[in-house]
Each structure stands twice: as C-alpha cells, then as structure tokens.
Write a protein that binds this ligand. Structure first.
Ligand code: HXC
Length: 268
C-alpha cells in the first residue's frame, strides 16, 4: 500500500532498529528508509541481517547490518557506536527485538521467564542506556537544540491477561514502564521523546506464526467479532508518525495499533 506521508519526512535522520531484519522491525526499517532515513539494523543472525540489508539497498536505502544480542551490554554498546561511526549521527532508536513462545505458567521455568524479560525488557533498557549519549541534545553529531527519539515495540496482551504468555505479559508491561519513565526523565533533561507502539495481531510475522497457529487464529475469528489481522505496514505508519515531526509533542505514550481488538467482546 502506498504511504500517505511525504517521502522526506525523516530525511537525513539515522535510525537503529533492533530486530530490524525481520517481521515488524524490518517493515519499520523499510518504511523509514523509503521516507529518507539511513538505516542500521541489529540482530543475532548474520544471514537474516545480510538479506535484509541487501533488500533495503536494492530499494535505494542506505542500510547497514550489525550482529548483536540486546541481552549483552557490550554488544549493545558496540552496535550503537558502530552505527554512529558509520553514519556520523544517531537520531532514532527502535527497540523491536523480542523473544516469545507459548507455555503455561506451570510449565515455564524461571529461566524461561527470565530469558524473555532479558530480551524484551532489559534489552530495551540496555539499548536506550547505550544510545543516550548520541540521542541527547548536544550529543555527538547533534546541535544543542534537538534531541532524538526512541520507539519501543510493546503489545496489548498485558492490558488484560493472555493464556500461556505470563513471561511476555510481564516483559511488555515493563517495556511500557520504561517508555513512560524515560519520556519523563530524558524528555525533561535531554529533549528526547520516548514512545511506544502496541501492535495487535499482525499478519505475516514471526510472532503470529509462533503464537497464533492457524487453528487458534481461526477459532478466534469465530468468537471475536472484530477479529482481523493488521499489516506490518500499519505499524510502520504509526512508527513514522511518532518519530517524525508530526509527533513532536507526543511523549511517553504507547499507541495501540490493533483495530480496537483488545476492547472487543462477543456480541452476546
Ligand atoms: C518452554 C522454553 C521454550 C518453550 C525456550 N524455553 N523455549 N520453555 N517452552 N517453547 C526456555 C528454555 O527451556 C530455557 O529455560 C530458557 O527458555 C532459555 O531458552 P534458550 O533456548 O536457551 O533461549 P535462547 O536460545 O536465547 O532463545 C530465546 C527464545 C527464542 C526467546 C527462547 O525463541 C528466540 O530467540 N526468539 C527470538 C525470535 C522470536 O521469538 N520472535 C518472536 C517475537 S514475537 P531452562 O530453564 O530450560 O534453562 C513477539 C510478539 C509479542 O514478541 C506480542 C504478542 C502478542
């Protein structure tokens, strides 16, 4: 689908996207690139990074991939620094890397719980922590006025509760807390806007194929009147709004992009 935004709304900006090689992260990378940004993507798998970068480059987007795991502070630091060295600035950090699997609370080991907390919550904080130096107003490559922005990809499942996802619910609730607290502290001190997006079920993503196999998905359609899948594009357009000047007064919010699904109830 064609973008409703002008092609230069993030022109000249440099974005680092964790988990940017696949799924929602890749679509955000592509749309930011198509709207003028230079893109660095971070991920654990070299083959995924390589293929994502060559797709972006074939679209005329300036793109580079850096291998790294958001759970490791040294790798987070190295990737942020490499992004700065490569492009000479950093304006936008998108935390899209996530880990997930379905398991009952009874069967989930504390280490399984911790693994998802480490990727989603601690990983998000670690990336923000390492990127601060470059995002704050007056930081390397920036003027003393404008700061950069951060976008954290969350979910809606912790607004109520979700079967077999206690670890993800806890992790995404923490992500929303990180978004609000950094918005307060870093918005005030450094002119950095920090926002989030809470996607509903989005088609053609690793999350959907892992968490909602067809049989669950089809059942959900039967009892949820509003049930329909979103597209990765929907999340990328929300992301563009939040990081561009269109969203310049938006700080500390997590925008729900789910077609109203989390509110939906059967009619009777
Ligand atoms: C039960 C499991 C498990 C499973 C792992 N564990 N998979 N427990 N059921 N299916 C437990 C292990 O037993 C282990 O605990 C601990 O978790 C760590 O497992 P590892 O395999 O060592 O972890 P690792 O190799 O680091 O892999 C991380 C991962 C993996 C999260 C388990 O799936 C991954 O890397 N995923 C990244 C890609 C991904 O999931 N993308 C989808 C994002 S979608 P013990 O106690 O045995 O040591 C998304 C949508 C969210 O996030 C919103 C939903 C609406």
């Amino acid at each position: 689908m064609e973008s409703p935004f002008k092609a230069d709304i993030v022109k000249g900006k440099v974005a680092l996207i964790t988990g940017g090689g696949s799924g929602i992260g890749f679509e955000i990378s592509k749309q930011f690139g198509k709207h003028g940004a230079s893109i660095a993507i971070m991920g654990r798998r070299k083959s995924v990074l390589d293929s994502a970068v060559s797709t972006l480059q074939s679209l005329g987007i300036k793109a580079v991939g850096f291998e790294g795991d958001v759970r490791k502070q040294e790798e987070a630091k190295r990737v942020v620094e490499s992004t700065f060295k490569h492009f000479g600035r950093l304006d936008i950090l998108v935390n899209a890397a996530a880990g997930n699997f379905l398991v009952s609370a009874e069967d989930l080991s504390p280490n399984g719980f911790r693994t998802v907390m480490d990727i989603d919550s601690v990983g998000t904080f670690t990336m923000c922590h390492e990127a601060l130096k470059y995002l704050k107003k007056g930081g390397p490559g920036r003027s003393s006025s404008g700061g950069g922005s951060i976008l954290n990809i969350s979910a809606t499942l912790h607004y109520t509760s979700a079967w077999y996802q206690i670890h993800v619910s806890a992790a995404k609730a923490a992500v929303d807390g990180i978004t609000r607290n950094l918005a307060l502290e870093w918005g005030t001190d450094y002119d950095i806007r920090v926002n989030g997006i809470a996607p509903g079920p989005i088609g053609d993503t690793p999350g959907m194929s892992k968490l909602a196999p067809d049989e669950i998905n089809n059942k959900a359609r039967e009892y949820m009147p509003l049930y329909k899948l979103g597209e990765k594009w929907d999340i990328a357009m929300a992301a563009l709004y939040l990081v561009s000047d269109a969203g310049k007064y938006v700080n500390g919010t997590t925008l729900i992009v789910d077609g109203g699904l989390w509110l939906s109830r059967p009619r009777h």
